[in-house]
Design a protein around this ligand. Structure first.
Ligand code: KG4
Ligand code: ZN
Length: 335
């Protein structure tokens, strides 16, 4: 079964074409992040206008790249939330139009579920095993989900304030780095990753020892702001702060995910969302998993950030068919 997936929840316009939820025929993503950079964050109206401009060229490019005419796909899938309402509407209305004009079934996908299913791509049908614990770390979410089977999502923990990606973006701004902040912090921190004994700053690891699966990152962000206020920021100091901040976030994410996996006897841990592209998080989660019987999986870095492939993959495993004229974007959709 070939599914076309459309993803426009934020500043990426993504179209993926996927066979049987596992094999990528096309993955085309165009981002408007350059336009937001000068504002230090996403401007929703600008993002929505760019979605309108980009959706048709991105669809055409996906068609070319897969060498598969849109008429030949078996279903159209779209992320209908959560996200920014303007950008979301562009994807949803485009998907509805395609489904009606091409007379194809329409499948509605929760964007967060898409991030989970990115882990099935190229990882083979049998690699991900239930029960699993999924860690979603994106610009808007930090969630731990227990999944006992396809389509069965049990939210066991969330951030109580800022999301992990959001705090990377905010700390990057405080350090005078560009947007999106995650990749910038990762790059700057790289030379200071190995020898953490050289740090003179130590940041808190909020809620790391609490006996629950929730997170909180706002206090960590405030600690960075307070330290930065009293410092002359050389490249080296900025790098050390970035590295210790990254360590603090990763420590908390790894520890709490492992604790959840033990508690629920998970066979796999899967990670998704933009922060899953972070190399330190990947390395540390793999190291932690290697000491247990739990299999740790990450999507490729390309499929960790927003894309249409994950929407098509999720649609294959969770066929939430909807009547095209009934589907509405839902910016605050949750599990
Ligand atoms: O999933 P995503 O592409 O969009 C949302 O659904 O929000 O995640 C975007 C977030 C941004 O906050 C960005 O800074 C963060 O993911 N991110 C990273 C890295 N790449 C992207 N955070 C840390 N390290 C990275 N390498
Ligand atoms: Zn996302």
């Amino acid at each position: 079964m070939i599914i076309l997936g459309i993803e426009t929840t934020c500043d990426e316009t993504g179209v993926g074409i996927v066979r049987d939820g596992l094999f990528v025929l096309a993955n085309v993503v165009s981002s408007s992040s350059d336009l937001h950079r000068k504002y230090g964050g996403i401007v929703p109206e600008v993002a929505a206008r760019e979605q309108v401009r980009l959706i048709v060229p991105v669809l055409e490019e996906a068609e070319r790249s897969a060498q598969c005419k849109l008429e030949k796909v078996d279903a159209i899938a779209v992320a209908y939330g959560p996200g920014l309402v303007g950008p979301l509407m562009v994807g949803v209305e485009s998907a509805k139009t395609l489904a009606l004009v091409l007379d194809k079934p329409l499948i509605a996908v929760n964007h967060l579920v898409g991030h989970i299913y990115a882990n099935w791509i190229n990882n083979g049908k049998n690699t991900v095993q239930f029960p699993l614990v999924a860690l979603i770390v994106s610009g808007g979410h930090t969630d731990l989900i227990l999944m006992k089977d396809h389509g069965k999502f049990n939210l066991i923990g969330s951030t109580r304030d800022d999301a992990a990606g959001e705090v990377f973006d905010k700390v990057a701004r405080v350090l005078g780095l560009g947007y999106p902040g995650g990749p910038e912090i990762e790059k700057l921190a790289r030379p200071f990753r190995v020898n953490s004994s050289q740090f003179t700053v130590k940041f808190p690891r909020p809620m790391i020892s609490e006996n629950n699966f929730d997170f909180s990152f706002a206090g960590l962000k405030t600690s960075v702001v307070n330290i930065v206020k009293n410092l002359e920021l050389s490249e080296e100091t900025t790098g050390k702060i970035a590295a210790e901040f990254q360590n603090a976030v990763v420590d908390v994410l790894v520890k709490k995910t492992l604790r959840a996996a033990y508690k629920y006897s998970a066979k796999s841990i899967v990670v998704g969302g933009g922060v899953a592209a972070n190399s330190l998080l990947r390395d540390r989660m793999f190291d932690a998993g290697a000491k247990t019987d739990i299999k740790v999986l990450f999507p490729s870095k390309l499929l960790s950030v927003d894309n249409g492939v994950m929407i098509a993959a999720a649609a294959f495993f969770e066929k939430n068919f909807v009547a095209p004229l009934r589907l509405q974007a839902d910016s605050s959709l949750h599990f």
